[in-house]
Design a protein around this ligand. Structure first.
Ligand code: ARG
Length: 482
């Protein structure tokens, strides 16, 4: 066991006093200060309540740093070993919930270092050689965001997996396709679901891009200018899984664009989820009746016994606001900050943590809802037939079979639509005589063309809605994304 040095015994005694008193002599940077921060200062200055989430990354980076210091002969191998073992003890203390977090020690970096001092004494003081909290926090935070990106990618992929499965199941289920939320043309439900698979695929592309760009190691940049010690930044980079060391120390300690990129891609993903969530809200409305949401993602009304509310979908729709707010918030924090580090940047973590949690929750909710949602195929098909959604099929037939210019075909069809509306029926319910009165070339064949199945089956252009396309697209999506 290590002997407990005086300075460490002091810290331990201080911890037994009030927090205010404990703050009066900060062991890490107390040398220059006669008095400790007032309580309000302590409160505004401390980040430990939230940055304790960086503990794994902080300790991993410290271990890489100390191993490098030893390999370079900057500290002794035995000190490095003591530091590393002490850090392992700290990890287990944190994970078993017995670590004594202290706001007087501001942040995760100083909490860990002070505890290390308590545990191993003098060698702990060597850990911070050739390092500043500025490059330390930049490193920890990048490592954290990198893990978050990896988790996010897995979460999005799982959501895609469910959507592709449901799309395959409903490759030929007909539903109305809308523009302006007015019936446009019939489409297949599978095609509609695959639209989200594509959006999510691009979201994952943004995750991957962000990961590549951010995966550079700030450690070794010091406070802002680098260090005079003969450090090996390549070693810490490879030990921590970074592609390379950052090229400019001023940039490395002061850029937070990786966090902004994370929040940007998060915002776009949240917007994608909110659009599907909105569709679930609309589709579950009784006037539509296209879906029945799983009970497990709905709630009842305290007053209206018949109600089943799409709360989870509404909340996914709403939570996009928080995510976008986080992006805006951090952009505003960063805007106009002079180089290099400013304490303003301590405000970078909460929006990122909160966004990561929010996305995880929303992805789980959307994945759960889409797994168990019931699609009312008959209702969808009925709605698909309303609103003269087959008008384009008629116009296309006039072009294809009668050789009409599309503009003329459009006009003839418009006249027939007007006639059908006057008779309060669908185009397919007009008699052949009625149609021929407007365009004599129309034959019986038109009634086959006007059938909804025929309409969707005919949309075989690449990227179109035909069931055969949807089946092929599901296979392609599985290859590409799963
Ligand atoms: N808790 C600080 C942060 O998150 C760590 C860096 C502090 N650096 C400093 N020079 N005071 O930004």
């Amino acid at each position: 066991m290590f002997a407990v040095p005086d300075e460490v015994r002091n810290v331990m005694t201080q911890r037994k006093k009030s927090q205010r008193e404990a703050a009066t002599a900060n062991v890490i940077w107390g040398g220059r200060f006669a008095d400790g921060p007032g309580q309000i200062m302590e409160e505004i200055n401390a980040s430990i309540s939230f940055d304790q989430r960086l503990y794994r990354q902080d300790i991993a980076a410290s271990k890489a740093h100390t191993a490098m210091l030893a390999a370079q002969g900057i500290i002794s191998a035995s000190d490095s070993r003591a530091i590393s073992e002490g850090l392992d003890v700290i990890i287990s203390e944190i994970e078993t919930g017995i670590f004594p977090f202290s706001t007087a020690l501001e942040d995760i970096h100083m909490n860990v270092e002070a505890r290390l001092m308590e545990l191993i004494g003098e060698p702990a003081g060597r850990l911070h050689t050739a390092r500043s909290r500025n490059d330390q926090v930049a490193t920890d935070f990048r490592l954290w965001v990198r893990d978050a990106l990896d988790g996010l990618d897995r979460g999005i992929q799982e959501f895609q997996r469910i959507l592709i499965g449901r799309a395959e199941e409903h490759a030929a289920t007909i539903m109305p396709g809308y523009t302006h939320l007015q019936t446009g043309q019939p489409v297949t439900l599978g095609h509609h679901l695959l639209a989200y698979v594509e959006m999510l695929g691009r979201d994952r592309g943004r995750v991957a891009d962000c990961r590549v760009r951010m995966n550079e190691n700030p450690l070794g940049s010091g406070a802002l200018a680098g260090t005079s010690f003969p450090i090996d930044r390549e070693k810490t980079s490879s030990d921590l899984g970074f592609n390379c060391p950052t090229a400019n120390s001023l940039d490395a300690v002061s850029d937070r664009d990786f966090a902004l990129e994370f929040l940007s891609l998060a915002s776009i993903l949240a917007v994608h989820m909110s659009r599907l969530a909105e569709e679930l809200v609309i589709w579950s409305n009784a006037s539509f009746g296209f879906v029945e949401l799983p009970d497990s993602f709905s709630s009842g009304s305290s007053m209206l016994p018949q109600k089943k509310n799409p709360d989870a979908a509404e909340l996914v729709r709403a939570k996009s606001g928080r995510v976008i707010g986080s992006l805006n918030g951090l952009l505003i924090v960063m805007k106009g900050l002079p180089l290099a580090y400013s304490k303003d940047m301590q405000e970078d973590k909460e929006p990122v943590f909160e966004t990561s949690d929010t996305l995880e929750l929303c992805l789980s909710a959307m994945t759960g809802m889409m797994t168990d949602i019931h699609f009312a195929s008959a209702r969808m098909a009925k709605a698909a037939g309303a609103g003269q959604s087959n008008a384009t099929d008629l116009a296309d037939w006039l072009v294809r079979v009668l050789g009409k210019p599309f503009r003329e075909a459009h006009h003839i069809t418009g006249t027939l639509v007007k006639l059908a509306e006057d008779k309060a029926c669908g185009l397919e319910e007009l008699s052949l005589a009625d149609m021929q009165a407007i365009e004599s070339g129309i034959t019986e064949d038109i009634f086959v063309v006007l059938r909804l199945e025929n309409s969707v089956n005919s949309r075989t252009s690449f990227g179109g809605t035909a069931p055969a396309n949807v089946r092929a697209a599901c296979t392609a999506a599985k290859d590409k994304y799963l």
